[in-house]
Design a protein around this ligand. Structure first.
Ligand code: GRF
Length: 193
């Protein structure tokens, strides 16, 4: 990761869903400054139960006229108040503006449920199932304005088994993500100056 291998320790996790990756990060003992969510979800409760500060900046508009710029500006404002150094996206379902990424260049990570560059996008698991391949996996990468395209930092392979549904395959992938993501975050945070 070059210079951005050295990150300070104010970590935020962005989540929108079940929060099982968040849970794994918490269970690994990593200190999280803030959990930010774009909708009411289990991840918020997990954070609260663990005494982590939360911000629910709710996205109300899921149409084409969603004001991505304004939403992202507000998220920027929130995390700058917490003096965040590292952002770990863990199932965060809103694509943020290019300007957002400019402000936190090199210190935004994401976990994607496929072996990038294969199967980019929100339906990565379904794409893998449809592909007829025997393996897929997960990728931890730097997140950039271009979705699922930043530098790859870690990957793990997962078999696609006969009879798999999207749910069973996704759960098998998430089992890997729950190990890989905390391990990588630990490594980055221990390189702290
Ligand atoms: C993970 O598979 C992640 O790769 C994807 O969303 C899922 C999050 O799972 N972007 P959870 O909400 O943490 O259980």
């Amino acid at each position: 990761m070059g210079d951005s291998n050295r990150v300070s320790n104010k970590l935020t996790v962005f989540a929108s869903g079940q929060g099982s990756l968040l849970e794994a990060i918490i269970d690994s003992g990593i200190k999280i400054e803030l959990v930010l969510c774009d909708r009411p979800c289990r991840a918020i409760s997990i954070a609260k139960q663990n005494g982590i500060k939360t911000e629910l900046y709710e996205r109300k508009d899921f149409t084409k006229s969603f004001n991505r710029e304004a939403y992202s500006q507000e998220v920027l404002k929130i995390i700058s108040e917490y003096k965040i150094d590292l952002i770990a996206m863990a199932g965060f379902m809103t694509i943020l503006s290019a300007d957002f990424f400019k402000n936190y260049q090199g210190v935004i990570l994401n976990s994607h449920p496929a072996l990038l560059p294969a199967f980019k996008g929100h339906d990565a698991v379904a794409q893998a199932l449809r592909s007829g391949k025997k393996t897929t996996g997960c990728t931890i990468h730097k997140a950039t304005a271009e979705v699922d395209s930043g530098e790859i930092l870690a990957q793990a392979e997962v078999p696609i088994l006969p009879g798999d549904t999207e749910a069973t395959l996704h759960e098998r992938i998430k089992q890997k993500e729950r190990v890989l993501y905390p391990a990588l975050l630990k490594k980055l945070l221990s390189n702290n100056i």
